[in-house]
Design a protein around this ligand. Structure first.
Ligand SMILES: [Ca+2]
Ligand SMILES: [Ca+2]
Length: 250
């Protein structure tokens, strides 16, 4: 057992040992969701749980399988300023933008590879004036360097809907799991590492951190309804034949 691993294990055991660790609290993760890259997506509408937010964090596991196109992975639509996540297959990067045009923050080249699970945490701190300070991204629990372009970001508006897996006709192909949104919470690197948990999802309501506002787990395994295990209760609907999968991070 090496020193760094020992330190991580101590941290994990301290945070997660009281409930949910190793399934002691009944927490299991057996299903994810899979999008076909044609027309599949999950829709939550209406979606208003981020209205009035001054900061937020988003945590998810992603499993891309297709590297030809740039694909929209998430659209949080708004009356003014949509939040968009894009997967860039050719360079294995993700973009996050909060604007109608121009601005984005991007993970480093190769940071989100094909055919494996990668854990991503994005944070937005609206109190920061400098856009380099506003956005942070953690890949598998570690701060990820990113480039950015543009400067015409705008304030968050009121949200109208959440679509996971598609924007217009740009559909993501691959998997997502344990998709969580934290309103007015800025997760730290230590928090991101706690959620990453050496690659094994843990109970976000019992891992020592602030509980998420939304948490779509995709544990249903069949049907077209997806429960929100966060505090907001924004249940989702699977559209156009979106399927559950037993491929999960382990
Ligand atoms: Ca799951
Ligand atoms: Ca379909």
């Amino acid at each position: 057992m090496v020193g760094g691993g020992l330190a991580n294990m101590i941290g994990i055991n301290t945070c997660g040992g009281q409930a949910g660790a190793g399934g002691e609290g009944g927490f299991t993760n057996t299903h994810s969701i899979n999008f076909d890259g044609v027309n599949d997506y999950m829709e939550v509408t209406p979606y208003a749980s981020l209205d009035g937010a001054t900061s937020f964090s988003i945590s998810f596991w992603i499993y891309p399988v297709e590297d030809t196109f740039t694909r929209y992975a998430l659209l949080l639509d708004s009356t003014t300023t949509p939040i968009k996540f894009i997967y860039r297959g050719n360079t294995k990067q993700m973009d996050m933008s909060i604007t109608t045009t121009g601005f984005f923050a991007r993970t480093s080249n190769g940071s989100v590879p094909l055919n494996q699970w990668t854990h991503v945490v994005w944070t937005f701190d609206g109190s920061q004036g400098n856009r380099y300070d506003k956005y942070q991204v953690y890949i598998n629990g570690q701060l990820n360097s990113f480039a950015d372009a543009g400067s015409n970001e705008t304030a968050l508006g009121n949200f109208t809907s959440l679509d996971l897996g598609i924007f217009l006709t740009s559909a993501f192909e691959g998997g997502f799991d344990e998709f969580a949104i934290y309103k007015n919470t800025i997760l730290s690197q230590a928090d991101a590492d706690t959620i990453y948990n050496s690659g094994v999802p843990n109970d976000l309501n019992n891992n020592g951190l602030t509980a998420p506002t939304n948490w779509w787990r995709f544990e249903e395994g069949s049907g077209t309804s997806v429960a929100d295990s966060g505090s907001a209760g924004d249940n989702g609907t699977l559209i156009n034949g979106t399927t559950f999968s037993t491929n999960v991070p382990t």
